[in-house]
Write a protein that binds this ligand. Structure first.
Ligand code: F6R
Length: 263
């Protein structure tokens, strides 16, 4: 795992989007694993900007989102399909037929997870998984105690997640209490993982995920088991990290990061 600390959220977002765009140039038919949430809105705005102004080409790309609320149809403005169309897909030249989310209104809720897993396999697997982190340490909606081997399935959301996300609904009580989410095991199958964490309210959980023990109580700590993870953070989120100096030294000295240091 590598940790890159940028001075502020804007710089962290720009670096995340640039890494995604550079991987897309190297592999135009990239399969992205995508996340939603407040943190990602700025990443998608930056990718749209790179598409408009630098010609970043999504025409061959595919995507699989981490999660979707159960019970919300795609046209509901709180569904993650609606979010993705609004923040990214409608603003770049991706073929909507190549964009995938779990079906929140699937007739057979038990069959939806395996169906989604198979679709990922059929697409050749996820090349890069983009992640945020919840205040309870979740990645996707893998709430505390999710098995580190879990696959896409239904999950009950914690009160903490409810508190974090319900203000985004016009009527907070309309937020579904269950969601489909890729599992921790599904996420760990991605070839590369980029997690973006910004803001002081994430400092405690970030330190637990990166420097604490691997535990199903903090799903994001499972990323320590993956061989190619970069965690991009801003100064505010980094305040509780003990190894800051070391992480900065790696960023300054590792040749892979040379093109990104001046951003
Ligand atoms: C949503 C997702 C979640 C969010 C996390 C952070 O698709 O994967 O794990 O990344 O809840 O959300 P924000 O960015 O709103 O703090």
């Amino acid at each position: 795992m590598e940790v890159i600390i940028r001075p502020d959220a804007q710089a962290a977002v720009k670096l995340t989007a640039k890494i995604m765009a550079d991987d897309l140039i190297k592999k135009p038919d990239m399969v992205f694993g995508l996340a939603t949430g407040r943190t990602m809105e700025a990443v998608y705005a930056e990718l749209a900007n790179l598409h408009r102004n630098c010609g970043t080409d999504f025409s061959l790309a595919k995507s699989f989102n981490l999660d979707e609320y159960i019970g919300l149809p795609s046209e509901d403005k709180n569904s993650y399909r609606y979010y993705m169309n609004y923040h990214l897909f409608n603003n770049v030249n991706i073929d909507l037929r190549n964009t995938h989310l779990p079906n929140g209104i699937a007739e057979d809720l038990d069959a939806e997870g395996p169906r989604y897993e198979q679709a990922i396999v059929d697409a050749g697997g996820i090349d890069m998984q983009l992640l945020g982190i919840g205040c309870d340490g979740h990645i996707g909606f893998n709430e505390p105690l999710s098995s580190l081997a879990s696959r896409t399935r239904q999950k009950a959301l914690t009160p903490e997640t409810y508190e974090q996300n319900s203000p985004l609904f016009d009527n907070p009580e309309d937020m579904p209490k269950r969601a489909f989410t890729m599992g921790v095991g599904t996420i760990l199958d991605a070839k590369r993982i980029v997690m973006l964490v910004t803001g002081a309210e994430k400092a405690d959980v970030l330190a637990k995920a990166v420097e604490g023990p691997v535990t199903s109580m903090i799903s994001a700590s499972a990323l320590q088991l993956h061989s190619r993870v970069v965690v991009i953070v801003d100064e505010e989120a980094a305040t509780k990290l003990e190894g800051k100096d070391y992480y900065n030294w790696i960023f300054q000295n590792e040749p892979e990061w040379e093109p990104y240091r001046s951003m």
